[in-house]
Ligand binder design. Sequence first.
Ligand code: AP5
Length: 226
Amino acid sequence: MTIVGSLSAKVPDVILLGAPGAGKGTQAQLLQREYGFAAISTGDLLRDHRARGTTLGQEAESFMQRGELVPDDVIIRMVESELPDKPVLFDGFPRTVAQAQALDALFEARRRPLSIAAYLKLDRARLEERLLGRWTNPRSGRVYHATFDPPKRPGIDDVDGGPLIQREDDRPETIARRLDVFEGQTLPLVAYYEAGNRLILIDAAQSVDAVSKALVAGLGLHQRAR
Ligand code: AP5
């Protein structure tokens, strides 16, 4: 793990930055459970809007099916309406420089310290492998992997006993598009946060446990555990 820049022990909000399949959702669930963050996953929020058939969900649907980003104004409005007063762990947001600037402006307006970003870095071949093998519990968001973290019974969640699904955007052609979109539109955020001296770089090729430990150490969370 490399720490880029210096971190303040008071920094309360964390952005998990990384390509599709880097392990953002996996780590968000662990950190949320252990440290009491409020988690905002824009992907989960959008899937929930789609399942409920809201106007926002309908607006987002075609973009998500194609593996494209949902327009910035839709995302920023959605996050603003969800932002709680307690420390937040952002999973999958921001994804463009415009979103990052909007988040900074929102925090500044609320006199809240700017968030720091942890970049979970992983090469493309491993990202594809992780997405192709992923199984998801659509009720809880818990994820498994056919090889790296299989459920006890194939296709069945260990905790609630209900069916697991493969996400519709985890098809090979959509995965390729999502990874291209990441490289074109989201990767510039690494430089954005590095320039602001608020980036932590994490090697996401390690085991789930090792990534988690690197995050906890990099973010100084062991000192702030509840
Ligand atoms: P979203 O739901 O955010 O998906 P994503 O960013 O593509 O990320 P994923 O959920 O696919 O991957 P992850 O990094 O969480 O990996 P995971 O932990 O599951 O977004 C979906 C769509 O919504 C976007 O395409 C876009 O259309 C729209 N959208 C969302 N936010 C937006 C925004 N801000 N702006 C515009 N549009 C937006 O892990 C993957 C697999 O690997 C799992 O099977 C897991 O078990 C396994 N795994 C995890 N860690 C490890 C490890 N260390 N070792 C081995 N296996 C591991």
